[in-house]
Ligand binder design. Sequence first.
Ligand SMILES: *Cc1c(COP(=O)(O)O)cnc(C)c1O
Length: 417
Amino acid sequence: MASAEGKVRSRPQHVGQHNFPVVDNCLHIGGQPITTLAERAGDRAFYAYDSSVMSQRVTELKAQLPSAIQLHYAIKANPMPAVVQHMSGLVQGLDVASGAELAVAIATGTASADISFAGPGKSDADLRAAVAAGVIIILESSTEMHRVAALAGETGTLPKVAIRVNPDFELKASGMKMSGGPKPFGIDAEQVPEVMQVLANLPLDFVGLHIFSGSQNLRPESLIEAHDKTFDLALRLAEQAPRPLRWLNIGGGFGVPYFPGEQTLDLKPIMHNLQRLVDELLAAMPDVEIVMELGRYLVAEAGLYVCQVSDKKVSRGQTFLITNGGLHHHLAASGNFGQVIRKNYPVCIGNRVTSDTLENVSVVGPLCTPLDILGERMPLPAADIGDLVVLFQSGAYGFTASPHLFLSHPPPLEFLV
Ligand SMILES: *Cc1c(COP(=O)(O)O)cnc(C)c1O
């Protein structure tokens, strides 16, 4: 327990399991001490991503994934071009959600047939680029279908399209629900048969369906239920399709543990169930290519966010570490990216991983808002100005999911090691 001065003596919490070795009490990533990367970063906070941890994650997943399922990387989780390049060598395809992401995906050399482009409200420029590249365009509305058909007429091409279905079910216990009920994503399942009939008479190459039901799920029973319903819906819709499905994207939704009490997802029951569903589907539709798209699950645990203590103070008994990083660099860790209740990400002091002297501290950033919290009342090794605060589980929805411009401090750097 904390005494009045905030001093505690116990093992640090939250460091827990992670993928990074500790040598001489200093955290290492990619074979180098975190202090070396901090020197390279100068006075800037930074993200560091470990390519070998990403490779290991994909290898372990592929060993369990039914072999008939193609694994795609949804690059919005971490679109750093070097990361996408690395991931493109590990997975069978890439999923993008903007014109700029499309350009990054194409630059990796991934075949256009293995790139799909989802997202509501695609601009004319986005659609033109997608048609020119020949990627699979995931139609998010009937209007978008007609816009792509018009472009097809103009350019004399036959764009590959899939219909994104807004399912008639929800992925239960999902961190972020993306389906069921009224949603801006996709076409409601009950409207899809009619839309497919219209599509059949347009200059479009209908490849299949995309059914994505949610994100950040850590409960195997919820994912199993969602997979059952996804395959069932796909089979029902396929019966009403103008031609046999060649492509079925079943989404992803696999979560990673962030907070105390959360456990790594148990893949075994999920994969066992998926194998049964895949076998049944392929019996009915032998030529369909089944795709699973994952973002967070493939990259989150490979990334660290590192900032430096620039001031330390005690306010009415509470010790604050003020850093050169914060909400503007790592919105999710501040608790403001869709969380209902703020919880602490796993944190350590990178150059002082364990210590006999722990201190109960709050880690904050330099922004003039009480929302700028990276860790609230956490027992950490007693840290000084210049020490490095490291947040684990930061490889996904970090750098690009944060409002860098807020208060005009310098943005963080990114390293792939
Ligand atoms: C965001 C998104 C993903 C990736 O979700 P994760 O939770 O990061 O795996 C996949 N597909 C679509 C359509 C998305 O919008």
